[in-house]
Ligand binder design. Structure first.
Ligand code: NAP
Ligand code: MG
Length: 492
C-alpha cells in the first residue's frame, strides 16, 4: 500500500476494505473485489467490492419500489434533499478532492477548483428547477378540454467513465432525481471512490432507501446486466463512442430511451487576428486539464498561416513549462494518465501519427524526473502534420494537440466540419462579430469563443453526430428531458 499524506477522514473512508456498494439503503459486498490503483504510483490505495448481475437486478427492483413514493414526493421535498446533499458535498470538499486526485490522478487543486464545487452546484441548480417546474400545463384547445401532465419516467440507469467521475455523476443524476426518477449508478471500475462517497453523503442527507443506488462492477458483466434490464425506463451513458453504440443497440431492442454522451475531437480555429498569448494560454490549459482526458477538449488546432510560427513557438514554451507531478503535491499542474492501459494507448497513437507523417514539436515522452518513474506520466505533446493523419481525426484522450495550418477562414470551417464527431469547438479572434459567425458555422454541440471548456448551469452542453445523442446536460432542457408528457383530454 502507498503511504499517503491524506486527510484522516479520507484515510478512514478507504480503510473499510473492500469498500461496499450501496443498494436500497444498505452497504453490501459481493464476495468479489478489485484493487483501486493510484495512477501516480500504480499502487493499490484500497479495494472495492464488485457488484454482480444479480446485485444490479436487485438494485433495479428496489429502485422500482422506491420510485412509487419518490416519483410522487412533493418537489419542495426533493429540492430540500438535493440542497442538503449539495451542502454535505461542500462540507467534505477536501475529502472528495483527495479521493478524485488519488483515483483519477488529477491535481487536487483542479478537483477543489472545479470538479467538486461544480458538482455541488449541479444539485442546487436542479433542486431549484424541481420547484419552479410546471408539472401541469393547460392547453386551451378548441376540441378538447385538455392539459399536459409531466411525470418522471421511473428507474434511470447511469454508466459513467473514469475522467470526471464526481462531476459527470452530478450532471447526470441531479436532473433525474430532481424530476422524481430513482437512479442506479455504475461508476467506472477504475474510479469508483468519489461516487461511493457520494452514496454515503446521500445516506446522511436522508434520501429514502432505493432512490440512489451506487454499484461499481465490471462494464461487461454488471454494466451489461444493468443496460439490458428491460425494467429501466431511461438509460444515460457517458463514455466512449464504441461502448455508447453498443448501449444504444441494447436499449433500442428494449425500447428504452438512451442518452449517450460520447467522445470528441474538438477543433480550435485560431484566426490571424487572435490574441496569440491568450490563445496559447487558453488552449494549453484546455489540453493539459485532467491530462487531456477531457471529451470536449480541443485536440485539433487550426492556426492561420500568418501567426503559425509565432503561435507554435509560444505553445512549445508553454507546454515545456507545465509542471508534472502527483495530484496531491501543490506544484503539480498536470498529473499522470488515469491508467497504464490509457498511457500505452497514447504512446501508440503518437507513434502511429509519426508513422503517418506527423512530427513531434515537443513532448511525447515520459518525464526525465526519477521521482515520477512509477506513475503513468507523459509530457504534454504537440504534433504537427496533415488533415488526413489518423490522429488528426480520431480521439487520443491524452495531453496531445495536433497542429494544422490554414489560410482561409471559410475553407478551415469546412475542413473542421469534415470530422465525424460533434462535441465542442472554439474560435479565437479579437473580432467578436466575425468569431460569432464562424462559431455558428462549426458543427457540434458547443461553440466557444476565445476560450475552451466553458461550463455554466443554464448553458446547455450537448453533442451531435458521433459524439452522442439524446439530450445533453446542464440546462433546463436537461431537466425537462427527465419528464415524460402525458396528455389528459376530454372532448368538449
Ligand atoms: P468506456 O470504456 O466507454 O467506459 C465507460 C463506462 O462504460 C465504464 O463504466 C465501463 O465500465 C462501462 N462499460 C464498458 N462496457 C460496458 C458494457 N458492455 N455495458 C455497460 N457498461 C459498459 O469509456 P472510458 O474509457 O471510461 O472513458 C473515456 C471516453 O469517454 C472517451 O471517449 C471520452 O471522450 C468519453 N467521455 C465523454 C463525455 C461527454 O460528456 N461527452 C464525458 C466524459 C468522457 P468499466 O469501467 O468496468 O470498464
Ligand atoms: Mg484509479
Amino acid at each position: 500500500m502507498t503511504q499517503l499524506t491524506l486527510n484522516p477522514n479520507t484515510l478512514a473512508f478507504l480503510e473499510n476494505k473492500p469498500l461496499a456498494f450501496f443498494s436500497n439503503g444498505e452497504w453490501l459486498r459481493s464476495g468479489q473485489s478489485i484493487d483501486v490503483v493510484d495512477p501516480a504510483t500504480n499502487q493499490a490505495v484500497t479495494q472495492i467490492a464488485m457488484a454482480q448481475p444479480q446485485d444490479m437486478n436487485d438494485a433495479v427492483s428496489h429502485a422500482e419500489v422506491a420510485f412509487k413514493s419518490w416519483g410522487a414526493t412533493a418537489p419542495a421535498k426533493r429540492q430540500a434533499l438535493l440542497q442538503k446533499l449539495a451542502s454535505l458535498i461542500r462540507r467534505d470538499e477536501d475529502i472528495l478532492a483527495e479521493l478524485e486526485s488519488i483515483d483519477v490522478g488529477k491535481p487536487k487543486a483542479e478537483a477543489t477548483g472545479f470538479d467538486v464545487p461544480f458538482a455541488a452546484d449541479s444539485y442546487d441548480y436542479f433542486a431549484t428547477l424541481a420547484v419552479e417546474a410546471q408539472y401541469e400545463v393547460e392547453l386551451g384547445l378548441k376540441v378538447t378540454d385538455s392539459h399536459t401532465v409531466k411525470k418522471p419516467y421511473g428507474v434511470a440507469a447511469f454508466v459513467f467513465p473514469w475522467n470526471f467521475p464526481f462531476t459527470l455523476c452530478a450532471w447526470g443524476i441531479a436532473p433525474a432525481l430532481a424530476a422524481g426518477n430513482t437512479v442506479v449508478i455504475k461508476p467506472a471500475s477504475e474510479t469508483p471512490l468519489s461516487t461511493l462517497y457520494l452514496a454515503k453523503l446521500a445516506e446522511e442527507a436522508g434520501f429514502p432507501k432505493g432512490v440512489i443506488n451506487v454499484l461499481p462492477g465490471s462494464g461487461s458483466v454488471a454494466g451489461e446486466a444493468l443496460i439490458s434490464d428491460s425494467r429501466i425506463k431511461l438509460m444515460s451513458f457517458t463514455g466512449s463512442t464504441a461502448v455508447g453504440r453498443h448501449i444504444g443497440e441494447v436499449c433500442g431492442r428494449n425500447l428504452v430511451p438512451a442518452k449517450l454522451e460520447l467522445g470528441g475531437k474538438g477543433a480550435a480555429i485560431i484566426c490571424s487576428d487572435a490574441d496569440v498569448d491568450a490563445a496559447v494560454e487558453g488552449l494549453t490549459g484546455a489540453i493539459t486539464l485532467n491530462a487531456g482526458q477531457v471529451c470536449c477538449t480541443a485536440s485539433r488546432w487550426y492556426i492561420h498561416d500568418d501567426i503559425y510560427d509565432e503561435f507554435v513557438a509560444k505553445a512549445k514554451v508553454a507546454f515545456e513549462s507545465i509542471v508534472l507531478g502527483r495530484g496531491l503535491t501543490e506544484s503539480a499542474q498536470m498529473g499522470p494518465i488515469c491508467t497504464e492501459k490509457q498511457l500505452a494507448k497514447i504512446f501508440e497513437c503518437i507513434g502511429d501519427a509519426q508513422a503517418h507523417g506527423a512530427t513531434i514539436v515537443t513532448g511525447g515522452v515520459r518525464p526525465s524526473d526519477e521521482s515520477l518513474s512509477d506513475g503513468n506520466y507523459i509530457t504534454p505533446t504537440l504534433l504537427a502534420g496533415a488533415d488526413d493523419n489518423p490522429w488528426a481525426i480520431e480521439e487520443i484522450f491524452g495531453p496531445v494537440s495536433f497542429l494544422l495550418k490554414f489560410n482561409d477562414e471559410q475553407e478551415v470551417i469546412e475542413r473542421a466540419n469534415r470530422n465525424l464527431y460533434g462535441l465542442a469547438n472554439s474560435v479565437w479572434s479579437q473580432d467578436l462579430a466575425k468569431a460569432k459567425v464562424l462559431a455558428h458555422q462549426l458543427v457540434g454541440g458547443n461553440s466557444w469563443i476565445n476560450a475552451h471548456n466553458v461550463f455554466e448551469y443554464g448553458l446547455h452542453y450537448g453533442a451531435c453526430n458521433k459524439s452522442g445523442c439524446g439530450g445533453g446536460v446542464n440546462s433546463k432542457a436537461t431537466f425537462e428531458g427527465y419528464l415524460r408528457h402525458q396528455s389528459v383530454a376530454a372532448v368538449r
